[in-house]
Design a protein around this ligand. Structure first.
Ligand code: GAP
Length: 508
């Protein structure tokens, strides 16, 4: 995978040029951290959704899916803790007037120390060659140990300050670490204050009877408040899961890195209801299961890693992220959280309605514990898209940009290309297209030289190009060109469907 700031800029430009992602309201100069998906982007996004839904819901007999409303009763957000605790610590630089998340400033500082350690290790590895013992070096080298101790001390103090809601100490830490504003270079900071990330609006037409409501900041609460409805109507037996895909909204202070952090985004979440006491075992199960899901997409194992949380959210007794190596480094892609009975317990208390499960085997009732898997659809899109983006120099010295998307996720599975319009080739190509379009998203192109058409399909990640030429008129064979290898084979036109189907199948 290509890396670095320049590559990331090219990826963003490519996403726009080929109809994947546009800035929202672009003709009005855009709206910050809000994006629209274009013709190819929405197709890729739908395919990612479909893959998640099929593997989570269709492949698991004990997981069902729902689609709950974005608007919910305002007390939901009181019960969930979002009204009181869904805050980010915010700090402004007085000279640049730029606003930052205090935790991000500190984490960036820690990341620089990590980088120093890694450079030290790399230098030593180069010096000692094959005899290098990395573990021993990390545990004994004085400079590495000093930086490691600094990191541990910073994180310990920072977590303690946040837990005690001691924002003065968070500011003191930023000052002691001499963290400067990346824009102005100055260390002239305001106090740190909490900022609630939920968007609110009014429901009701007259101002006297309006009610303040929120745009949901996570889809999970729509699952919790429907727990009993689904359990009873679906006759679900614990352990079972409820899955949902839908929009979520957060008024992010620092929205950056394209679609990585947006103010309107989509989540794919699954809440798995288990017997109290069994949650840790299910947490480990879903951590591994979700990692396997990512690896199944064929992007390699080394672009993913776990990050276990030191600081747990108010609802969790264990939490980990699956991080992905984006062009700007390893960052969170998905969260797996053991949420205890916090949410169901809180909704039971605030609503006054029992949200319990009667276990027919033990004849006891309890509020189930929950293990959650939560992934950002847009973030998954960015992971797949940036990993797929490649620039290649071909044997003849020419360049091509290709999206090596997993074939089953590509917007178009097949492009049907008559070599030329005349001699009846276009008509024959239409015949092939009409036969395939019921089974696959197919593109049809007859303009420009065949090489240019191949390049255009490579750039949007179409895995197979079917070319209709004069020989097709004689023996009904076509060429099928594979995107990644660019190899072509001749097969009978009636074989195309079977061959493509086999290669893009989820089974594969
Ligand atoms: N229900 C749990 C929950 O919402 P989270 O860690 O806040 O947990 C889960 O969010 C996932 O949602 C993240 O791992 C990320 O992929 C995605 N996500 C969160 N905030 C986002 C944002 N502002 N823009 C895009 N994706 C976001």
């Amino acid at each position: 995978m290509l890396k670095g700031d320049d590559v990331f800029k090219k990826i963003i430009a490519h996403a726009k040029e080929y109809g994947f992602i546009f800035q929202s309201s672009e003709i009005y100069d855009g709206l910050s951290a809000v994006y629209d998906y274009g013709q190819n982007g929405s197709a890729l996004k739908n395919n990612i959704k479909d893959y998640w839904w099929k593997t989570m819901v269709q492949f698991h007999e004990n997981i069902v899916g729902i689609d709950s409303a974005i608007f919910m009763h305002p007390t939901v957000w009181k019960a969930s803790g979002h009204v009181d605790a869904f805050n980010d610590p915010l700090i402004d630089n007085k000279d640049s007037k730029k606003r930052y998340r205090a935790d991000v400033l500190i984490e960036d500082h820690v990341a620089k120390l990590e980088e120093k350690i890694n450079k030290e290790v790399q230098k030593a590895a180069n010096r000692f060659g094959e005899t290098f013992d990395e573990k021993m070096f990390r545990e004994t080298n004085p400079r590495v140990m000093a930086n490691r101790e600094k990191i541990v001390a910073i994180m310990k103090r920072f977590v303690a300050a946040l837990e005690a809601e001691d924002l003065k100490d968070v500011k003191a830490l930023i000052e002691e670490l001499e963290i400067a504003c990346p824009v102005s270079g100055s260390k002239n900071w305001t106090d740190v204050r909490q900022f609630n990330l939920m968007f609110s609006t009014q429901m009701g037409s007259l101002s006297e009877d309006t009610n303040q409501i929120y745009l949901r900041p996570e889809t999970a609460q729509g699952i919790f408040v429907n727990y009993l409805n689904v359990q009873k109507t679906g006759r679900m037996k614990i352990p079972f899961g409820i899955a949902q895909i839908g929009k979520a909204f957060r008024n992010e202070i620092v929205a950056r890195q394209f679609i990585f952090r947006m103010r309107e985004f989509e989540q794919m979440e699954m809440q798995f209801f288990v017997k109290p006491g069994e949650e840790k075992q299910w947490y480990e199960y879903w951590k591994q299961e979700r990692m396997n899901w990512h690896i199944s997409l064929g992007m390699g194992e080394d672009v993913f890693r776990f990050h276990d949380h030191d600081k747990l959210a108010h609802y969790a007794n264990a939490a980990a992220d699956i991080e992905f190596e984006f062009p700007f480094g390893f960052k969170e892609l998905e969260g797996i959280h053991s949420r205890t009975d916090f949410d169901l317990g809180a909704h039971q208390k605030f609503s006054g309605k029992k949200l319990q499960y009667f276990d027919p085997e033990t004849n006891e009732s309890y509020v189930p514990y929950v293990v959650e898997t939560s992934i950002g659809l847009d973030r998954m899109f960015l992971a797949i898209f940036s990993h797929a983006y490649n620039e290649e120099t071909l044997e003849d010295g020419s360049q091509r940009v290709v999206l090596n998307l997993p074939p089953m996720l590509a917007p178009y599975k097949v492009a049907v290309l008559p070599l030329m319009k005349k001699d009846g080739l276009a008509e024959k190509a239409r015949e092939v297209m009409d036969n395939l379009k019921f089974d696959f998203m197919c593109a049809y192109e007859e303009k420009d030289a065949i090489g240019r058409r191949y390049r255009r399909q490579d750039a949007i990640g179409t895995p197979y190009c079917i070319t209709i030429d004069h020989q097709t008129l004689e023996d009904n064979t076509v060429t099928i060109r594979e995107r990644d290898t660019m190899l072509q084979e001749r097969i009978h036109k009636d074989e195309v469907k079977r061959v493509v189907m086999e290669r893009i199948s989820y089974k594969k």
